[in-house]
Ligand binder design. Structure first.
Ligand code: SF4
Length: 325
């Protein structure tokens, strides 16, 4: 999924103004986009481990959080390791936040590990260790926002929920509203626009939601949509009007090298390798620029990922009492 934002970071990872007005005025006749997408999905869906029934609601929840800002190819091995170690919320909740951060490895945006750990604890304390099925209960879990709650309700529990990530927003903006880009997010309108496309049946709607996401991820990509392979080819409003160029500002790809994110990653890598507090002098070695290094470290502390301990040392959250020279 698009790595630009995350509900775990306090912002919505998904959702866009798909334009309910545009949607209503688009002449798609009786074309049933959900059925078309689902038929394509039946033939083309990737065989991903979290799509197997054995993954359960916990497996779906973990996958959705990992996928928010990390590509499938990197998530899959991490997801398998995570689920082998913590096959249910109780096992993760019984472990430390530091171990969750450590296992997160290089998936990026490690606050997600912290929030997932807090989520597991809440599931144990409030729901007997079972991922809740009701949307309101999912939304009340720490770190779970509009997108993830609906994804779990749909994909784990087969409910009729609009699941609107960046890819779905773009797909529907093009196919239905005839726009190259989805535009700025307006979550309620986005959910309404996608819900209007879903079949009435829970089972079919959940399948259609998965199909829309897969089409947006694999076919209706941001930069190079593969229209000739798309099941919406004959009805897509954007294609039928000549694929007009986007009118909004072009989004630049996010830079990583030299950013505070890179420095944070380097600092965390050192802390992950140890089982307890690390001297500040050791962290000083990861990046030559003192001001940026200090800023990155302060950010990790502020996010609760790292804790300062006595003796000019730092530790992963939950390991501040560890024994390390
Ligand atoms: S025809 Fe092209 S632009 Fe339209 S939905 Fe399919 S891939 Fe996207």
């Amino acid at each position: 999924m698009d790595p630009a934002t995350s509900e775990l970071a306090g912002t919505e990872p998904t959702g866009t103004d798909l334009g309910s007005t545009d949607l209503a005025s688009t002449d798609l006749g009786s074309t049933d986009l959900a059925s078309t997408a689902t038929a394509w999905f039946d033939e083309n869906a990737r065989d991903l481990p979290w799509r197997h029934p054995s993954a359960g609601a916990w497996g779906v929840l973990v996958s959705e959080i990992m996928l928010q800002q990390t590509p499938v190819a990197r998530v899959e091995p991490a997801w398998r390791s995570w689920m082998a170690r913590w096959p249910d919320p109780a096992s993760l909740a019984a472990d430390t936040a530091a171990e969750a951060i450590r296992a997160w490895g290089r998936l990026g945006y490690p606050r997600r590990a912290l929030r997932l750990h807090a989520c597991a604890q809440a599931i144990v304390e409030q729901h007997g260790g079972v991922v809740p099925a009701r949307l309101e209960e999912l939304l009340a879990l720490p770190g779970i926002g509009t997108y993830t709650a609906r994804a779990v309700a749909a994909f784990a529990y087969g409910q009729r929920q609009p699941v609107v990530d960046t890819n779905v927003r773009r797909l529907i903006a093009r196919a239905v509203a005839g726009r190259a880009d989805a535009g700025p997010a307006t979550t309620v309108a986005d959910l309404d626009a996608v819900e209007a496309l879903l079949p009435a049946s829970d089972r079919l709607a959940a399948r259609a939601s998965a199909a829309f996401m897969e089409l947006g991820a694999l076919i209706c990509t941001a930069r190079s949509p593969r229209c000739h392979e798309c099941p919406f080819w004959s009805v897509c409003a954007w294609r039928l009007t000549g694929s007009p160029a986007p009118t909004g500002p072009t989004r630049r790809p996010q830079r990583y090298a030299g950013t505070d994110r890179q420095v944070r990653g380097l600092l965390l890598a050192v802390l992950r390798e140890e089982s307890g507090p690390v001297p500040a002098a050791r962290l000083d070695l990861v990046w030559p620029e003192q001001a940026q290094r200090a800023r990155a470290l302060a950010g990790l502390v502020e996010d609760g990922l790292v804790v300062p301990v006595s003796g000019h040392r730092f530790a992963l959250a939950g390991e501040e009492a560890g024994q390390h020279p």
